[in-house]
Design a protein around this ligand. Structure first.
Ligand SMILES: [Zn+2]
Ligand SMILES: [Zn+2]
Length: 372
């Protein structure tokens, strides 16, 4: 090959991808992109998209894909927004969601029957919206690092020895994610009933185990997207990857034994074989522990101003979401906005607005829920 050929090939190589990119329309507004384009990851499909500068300025972001939404926006009462594509993928009816959850129980029983029996009749699953989910995390004293969470369980002992597991699951999510959340929470319930009080596990390891159960369910259902989502979650600080690896190398039974009788607090990357190191323990599980978990998505930005993002429930149960914090009536708390905080008191909750008093401000103000 002479050097002339090489130069031509190099030029084509450099121009090629760019030529293709220029020909693409912005998927949000469907018009030919101008000079400015931004590469943005579609968090639902995993694809990279080229968004025009105009669309990048749009305020609304789809809860699922994280992309700006211009046309065909659907807004739930709790403030979540979905793009026209993704709204078709989420389970909007709570009844449908509940029957998917009971289907998940059956599926788990089938997959794991050789190793574990998940609690069943003492589990109560409730679908909740985002405002309520956020409220649950606050009431449990959970240190919330991220406003997007999918599930929550608060296991407790009732009537002497009997466990009860009230599970709350975020509504309006895709079917596979709903099933994965369900599996994750049921794994927590199983741990509650089966771990001895002297088994000292890291929280990351507990979450890693529950994510593994969800991952194996996704694998069984050929849900590649669900598997990817679980693997890409950073909140187990690497434990989920080690659990998947240990499951491949030693099998799920070894993992359940390690959870119950293991010596270490977490799986060791440098010596995964220690998953086989166990010691005898008391049999009785702890009776009083409270258990909280979260799955983190990409952290959402807080608005620049105090903004009513959602309303939920009715009567005494009514709650509002203002920026990163939810409030019951008469509740006060710190709200983040722009780069600062405000101390806010919730004075009155109306049909589509809330009256608040900001500390230091001369007057009350009313925040309205944005119309569609
Ligand atoms: Zn555009
Ligand atoms: Zn979307």
């Amino acid at each position: 090959m002479n050097s002339g050929h090489l130069v031509v090939i190099l030029i084509l190589f450099m121009l090629g991808p760019r030529a293709i990119l220029v020909a693409q329309k912005c998927p949000i507004c469907d018009s030919a992109p101008g000079a400015e384009q931004y590469r943005v990851r579609d968090q639902f499909s995993g694809e990279e998209k080229l968004i025009c500068g105009q669309c990048m300025l749009l305020k609304e972001r789809c809860f699922l894909c994280g992309l700006p939404v211009k046309n065909g926006l659907t807004r739930l009462r709790d403030g979540r927004v979905f793009c026209a594509r993704d709204v078709n993928d989420v389970v909007l009816s709570d009844d449908d969601a509940k029957s998917i959850c009971s289907g998940t129980k059956n599926e788990l029983a089938r997959i794991f029957s050789r190793f574990v029996t998940f609690p069943d009749t003492n589990v109560v699953i409730t679908m909740v919206d985002r405002v309520h989910m956020d409220g649950l995390f606050e009431s449990a004293g959970f240190d919330r690092q991220c406003p997007s969470v999918f599930g929550y369980v608060k296991s407790r002992i009732v009537e002497g020895e009997k466990w009860e597991h009230p599970i709350s699951i975020l509504n309006a999510v895709p079917k596979a994610r709903l099933m994965a959340t369900c599996a994750h929470e049921l794994a927590h319930c199983w741990l509650k009933e089966n771990l001895s009080p002297d088994r000292d596990l890291d929280r990351d390891a507990i979450e890693g185990f529950c994510e593994l159960v969800a991952y194996k369910l996704m694998d069984e259902l050929n849900e590649e997207r669900g598997k990817k989502f679980i693997k890409s979650n950073l909140y187990t600080r690497g434990q989920i990857q080690l659990f998947i690896e240990a499951d491949n190398q030693y099998g799920f039974y070894s993992i359940t034994e390690w959870m119950k009788y293991g010596v270490d607090h977490r799986l060791q990357e440098e010596d995964l074989d220690r998953v086989r190191k166990t010691e005898p323990r008391l049999r009785q599980p702890a009776a009083t522990a409270v258990n909280v978990w979260s799955v983190a998505q990409a952290p959402a930005l807080v608005p620049d101003t105090l903004t009513l993002l959602g309303l939920s429930g009715s009567g005494a149960n009514c709650m509002v979401l203002i920026n990163d914090r939810s409030f019951h009536l008469n509740e006060s708390g710190k709200v983040r906005y722009a780069n600062t905080n405000a101390w806010v008191r919730c004075i009155e909750i109306r049909d589509d607005s809330v009256v608040i008093q900001v500390e230091g401000a001369p007057e009350r103000q009313e925040l309205f829920l944005k119309a569609n």
